[in-house]
Design a protein around this ligand. Structure first.
Ligand code: SAM
Length: 245
């Protein structure tokens, strides 16, 4: 393609991804609102409403590629005093923004920030009741490893939920979406962060990610049961769910 990221070797992909999020960390939340015209908030709300963390019993939640804490704060707010949320991200700059946001919150909840890799989680087997990953898994070079690790760190009966960009399959919307992604998003990135290139990477990584059916198959292959995929907003994103039984 005309973009520079297509044929990167697996080993180089993580470095590129880290550069992207290092560059955008301080503007990440603003860019999220701008690029998704605020829709990412509704998508994350839908994710957490599927989770229903219990108010009255202990609940250990892991949000992987948790970045600046958006999902973690929602889980913490939805859960009870016994809800403990761990945010894991590979990028220290994203986590630093998350920690600052956590400190400024009224509901402090119990939220811990851990730097680590989704492909090799620094937690023992069966440590969590639920695992979420929002707009993170397409950045991970070896998705199969990340899914295997998700399965490993969940307890039996634990829930896996993944929010990720998917394929728009609605006529007209697909053309608008293409024009928007390839033109508007990199231009916005250039204006807001001074560099359009990281946003080209983001758009391209969305195109390369498997469609909802194929991705559901990968989740099943990792061992999860009752796997479902729910497209939202015309397929711009999909919410995948699975259980470790
Ligand atoms: N979940 C947050 C949200 O929805 O706002 C952040 C999503 S952001 C698009 C992707 C995040 O994935 C970045 O914070 C990045 O550092 C993280 N990431 C990329 N590769 C990772 C890996 N191998 N392990 C853990 N996190 C990773």
């Amino acid at each position: 393609t005309h973009f520079g990221f297509t044929n990167v070797r697996l080993a180089d992909k993580q470095r590129l991804v880290d550069d992207v999020f290092h560059k955008v960390a301080s503007r990440y939340d603003l860019m999220n609102d701008l690029m998704s015209v605020g829709l990412h908030r509704a998508w994350k709300d839908a994710l957490v409403s599927m989770l229903r963390p219990p108010w009255h019993r202990p609940f250990r939640h892991l949000d992987v590629a948790g970045g600046t804490g958006d999902v973690a704060f929602r889980v913490s707010d939805a859960g009870g005093p016994q809800t403990k949320v761990t945010v894991l991200d590979i990028n220290g700059d994203m986590l630093a923004v998350g920690r600052d946001r956590a400190a400024a919150r009224r509901n402090k909840g119990e939220i811990e920030f851990v730097q680590g890799n989704a492909e090799s989680l620094p937690f023992p087997d069966g440590s969590f009741d639920a695992y979420t990953i929002a707009f993170g898994i397409r950045n991970v070079p070896r998705i199969e490893l990340a899914l295997a690790e998700a399965y490993r760190v969940l307890r039996r009966g634990g829930r896996f939920l993944c929010l990720e960009f998917s394929r728009v399959d609605v006529p007209v919307l697909d053309a608008i979406y293409d024009a928007y992604s390839f033109n508007v998003i990199p231009a916005m990135g250039r204006v807001v962060t001074g560099d359009g290139e990281p946003y080209r990477y983001l758009v391209e990584s969305i195109r390369k990610f498997p469609n909802a059916r194929v991705f559901a198959g990968m989740i099943e292959k990792a061992g999860f049961a009752r796997v479902t995929a729910r497209p939202m907003t015309g397929g711009i994103v999909a919410l995948h769910s699975g259980w470790k039984i």
